[in-house]
Design a binder for this molecule. Structure first.
Ligand SMILES: NC(=O)c1ccc[n+]([C@@H]2O[C@H](COP(=O)([O-])OP(=O)(O)OC[C@H]3O[C@@H](n4cnc5c(N)ncnc54)[C@H](O)[C@@H]3O)[C@@H](O)[C@H]2O)c1
Length: 445
């Protein structure tokens, strides 16, 4: 009598032999680089996105993410190692499905899980025995088990028996050249032991190191801890920046000195406010679930309060700086340098520059900007954005300004040139630290 191999054994074998087909849902800043890792490890992949424009671009061999090259997309698509598609009924073709859809906040700053839910429904429609589903989107502990699992089981199949379910947080740091999706250890938690084993096997085939934890909830909490840790520490240095400024002490010099301690101190740097899709948003996923358990999260709330107040502080410093030139903000030409949320990336999401622009417009400033990575200001859901094109940084442009506000310190900027030709500089990033000539024009904020 021949025994029929269990679906988990078949999947295990396919993962070990790299014959398993990997599907990634959500081809954004996280999903596209993740696909790249699996393709480079030798897997065939399917890339799913509802955005027809993105899929069409990939099919045409074009990338929309700065650190994923056109050449690589073109080669992967033409060799059929990457099949980008909007057809969600093809989810049944993938042996493993990694979910990288957005997890934003609602207007009332509560978790907005609609993208995870709709992806869950799309998968449930075609779920078949032997598939491994892994959620990678950042979310509060309990989402995989309490939200995604019941949706998937609407298919009539059972997790841990027919299909397998795990959570593994994406820990990408856009623009960081030192660490790639392959070299950042992958934390993995399964809904049960078999799901964990399979998920581990999958990642171990593509990344340098995996870290197994006992449950999905631990893996979910791990990601939120990492982001909350950053948010709280950034808030602390932002508050100290304002205090030290009153005391006439340069916070940047203090941090440089403190970080010479070889243990017990990790440097965090102040800035014009928090940006990006993670740090300003994710801690609120945790405070939401905490409220459900009647527990306040005071660190998170306080950090959020301080960090969101930073643009107001920066505008006060702009007003003070202009005052030294006997000018009001109204009708002053203010140039914003850098609108991406951090240096050397093209992602404007949640960038504090947009709040700075709103505040300056409210006070009647005449605005312009430069960002080599963002040629035109994009429309944003939460901000009023003027229609502006990035200005070239020329002597004429810098001379035409009353104040230049440094919001993002892209590496391509020539700070000596900028300080030489701008009449007044408000620097929120300590970008001009090494400039020696014209320091009297520079105001820290
Ligand atoms: N960007 C980062 O640096 C980063 C880092 C770590 C974790 N994360 C987390 O990863 C997740 C994804 O973030 P991102 O920055 O890649 O978002 P993104 O907006 O860049 O990409 C998400 C993609 O998902 C697609 N999408 C939405 N619903 C879909 C559906 N039902 N089916 C198919 N496609 C769908 C969208 O069209 C979009 O292309 C979020 O939870 C985020 O918090 C992001």
């Amino acid at each position: 009598m021949t025994t029929i191999p269990h679906s988990s054994d078949l999947l295990k074998e396919a993962l070990e032999k790299k014959t398993a087909k990997i599907g990634v849902v959500g081809l954004g800043y996280v999903g596209l680089p993740l696909l790249q890792v699996f393709i480079e490890a030798g897997f065939q992949t399917l890339g799913f996105d509802l955005d027809e424009a993105k899929v069409a671009q990939l099919v045409a061999g074009k990338s929309y993410i700065q650190h994923v090259s056109d050449d690589w997309i073109h080669e992967s698509v033409s060799q059929q190692r990457l099949e980008p598609t909007t057809q969600m009924d093809r989810l049944g073709e993938a042996d493993a499905i990694l979910i990288c859809v957005p997890t934003p906040l609602t207007e009332s700053r509560e978790p907005d899980l609609r993208y995870i839910e709709s992806t869950g429904n799309q998968i449930a429609n075609v779920l078949r025995p032997g598939q491994l589903i892994i959620l990678e989107s950042t979310t509060y502990p309990g989402t995989t088990r309490d939200v995604l699992l019941p949706i998937l089981e609407q298919s009539g199949l059972q997790a841990g028996q027919d299909f397998f379910l795990a959570y593994s947080p994406e820990r990408e740091d856009p623009g960081n050249k030192q660490y790639s999706a392959r070299s950042i250890p992958k934390v993995v938690g399964g809904i049960d032991a078999q799901s964990l084993e399979l998920a581990n096997l999958l990642y171990a085939a593509a990344v340098n190191e995996t870290v197994s934890v006992s449950t999905c909830e631990v893996a979910e909490a791990c990601k939120i801890l990492e982001n909350t840790y950053r948010s709280v520490n950034i808030a602390m240095v932002n508050e100290l920046k304002m205090l030290f400024d009153r005391l006439g002490i340069n916070i940047w010099e203090v941090i440089d000195a403190a970080k010479t301690k070889p243990f017990g101190f990790q440097p965090f740097y102040p800035g014009p406010g928090l940006g990006g899709h993670c740090i300003p948003i994710d801690p609120f996923y945790l405070s939401w679930i905490a409220r459900k358990h009647d527990m306040p999260t005071r660190f998170i709330e306080l950090a959020g309060e301080i960090n969101t107040s930073m643009p107001d502080y920066v505008i006060q410093q702009v007003a003070k700086a202009l005052n030294t030139a006997a000018k009001p903000i109204r009708d002053s030409h203010v140039g914003i340098l850098g609108v991406a949320y951090k240096k050397d990336i093209d992602d404007p999401r949640e960038s504090p520059a947009f709040r700075l622009i709103e505040l300056l417009e409210d006070q009647g400033a005449l605005l312009s900007y430069n960002d080599p990575h963002i040629p035109v200001l994009p429309k944003m859901r939460n901000y009023r954005v003027p229609s502006l094109k990035s200005e070239a940084i020329t002597v004429e442009y810098l001379n035409s300004l009353d104040c230049l506000l440094v919001a993002t310190n892209h590496s391509s900027y020539d700070w000596d040139f900028i300080v030489e030709h701008a009449p007044l500089i408000v620097d929120t990033r300590n970008a001009t630290r090494d400039v020696t000539a014209g320091r009297e024009k520079i105001h820290r904020a």
